[in-house]
Ligand binder design. Structure first.
Ligand SMILES: O=C(O)C(=O)Cc1ccccc1
Length: 359
């Protein structure tokens, strides 16, 4: 189904607001509103929030949009896949459901995390992490679920950087146990494979099996994209590493299960929202803060001491370069003038902000 010339659907009062066209080259959706409707859209924008769901009615494809935001970064294939695999009822946007953005195609681990956090939510696939952040900021979705660290690969720096650049709040977290499977076409045995496609992290995590098979590794954006590529490609000598749910979604067979080198393979995801939760002191809380420090020999010691003195446990410390600080320009050619890099320090501590503020 082409995503061209979709009718923009408002609500019963204003059923036709304009037209939308999808440009596959740039993955952008352009929206042309009928003259005079823009004002109406802004006033009634609660009717026009969803974008990823579109539904068929008669012979016109209808798409719901929030017109005041730039609509880009959505997975251009995702709706078509949803529609083919799940049928119209499931792909159409249900405004009573919480909408949760994640990076990847349907079947990616990010979607598993979103469904673990909110089992009845409508998941919204995004091309990249930044799109997931923007979707929450612009009210296209209610929440985003993004990975922040893996017990094998370590921190996901991109998301630490995006946390600073976007005005969102961490309102929860969850741990997802990753269980990779080797997927292929029906009747194929893993020994028949010459190439295996997956996300770079999944390829690294299954290195022993891949080396034993002697296959060529091909990296793609996410594990679900790998499963989809194998499903769409007729070649039977290409496999994918992805989840068992991705196998089901894309009609592939599981050639081998539990293929990762380490049994314990957990990724921690953050849940992001526009509004913070108001912390109390009634139950265990975790708080994340970020700060930079002045140049001073004891300043880090004193900053961390503030937590030690209150008996507050630190569960994670991460540092990232402070990007817009030219102080970090080091000129080794001038003796004695080299200045140290400046860093942002991210700290997770096991207490509510309300408790940490107590003397
Ligand atoms: O590719 C995915 O589905 C992801 O969500 C990224 C990923 C890849 C491998 C392990 C954990 C997360």
């Amino acid at each position: 189904m082409a995503l061209n010339d979709c009718c923009i659907w408002g609500c019963a009062k204003a059923p036709q607001l304009g037209m939308a066209n999808f440009h596959p080259d740039s993955s952008r959706l352009s929206v042309n509103l009928k003259q005079g409707t823009e004002k109406w859209c802004k006033r009634e924008c609660c009717c026009l929030r969803a974008v990823s769901g579109f539904e068929s009615s008669g012979d016109a494809d209808r798409i719901r949009v929030q017109p005041s935001v730039l609509l880009e970064g959505f997975h251009k294939d995702a709706n078509i896949i949803n529609k083919q695999l799940r049928g119209n009822d499931l792909c159409s946007s249900d405004r009573s459901k919480l909408r949760v953005a994640y990076k990847g195609l349907p079947g990616a681990y990010g979607e598993d995390a979103a469904l673990k956090a909110y089992p009845n939510c409508e998941t919204v696939p995004c091309l990249d992490f930044e799109t997931a952040f923007k979707c929450v900021e612009s009210w296209l979705v209610d929440k985003a679920v993004v990975p922040i660290e893996s017990c094998i690969a370590g921190s996901i720096h991109r998301n630490y950087d995006l946390l600073i650049r976007h005005n969102l709040h961490i309102v929860g977290e969850l741990h997802l146990l990753i269980k990779h499977c080797l997927l292929g076409h029906k009747g194929v045995r893993k020994e028949h494979l010459t190439s295996v496609i997956s996300h770079p992290q999944a390829l690294v995590q299954c290195e022993t099996m891949l080396t034993d098979l002697g296959v060529t590794n091909i990296a793609v954006d996410d594990t679900a994209a790998a499963a989809r590529a194998v499903a769409l490609d007729g070649r039977r000598d290409i496999g994918a590493i992805a989840s068992s749910r991705a196998a089901q979604l894309y009609g592939l067979h599981i050639l081998a299960e539990a293929i990762q080198d380490d049994d314990v393979n957990v990724t921690r995801f953050l849940i992001l929202a526009r509004d913070p939760i108001i912390p109390g002191t009634d139950r265990p809380y975790k708080t994340s803060i970020v700060f930079s420090l002045d140049e001073d020999p004891s300043v880090l010691f004193r900053a961390l001491g503030a937590f030690a003195l209150r008996n507050i446990n630190l569960s994670k410390i991460e540092s990232r370069p402070l990007k817009h600080c030219p102080l970090s320009a080091v000129d080794d050619s001038k003796e004695g003038s080299a200045e140290s890099f400046k860093y942002l320090l991210y700290i997770d501590f096991e207490a509510s902000l309300a408790r940490a503020a107590q003397k």
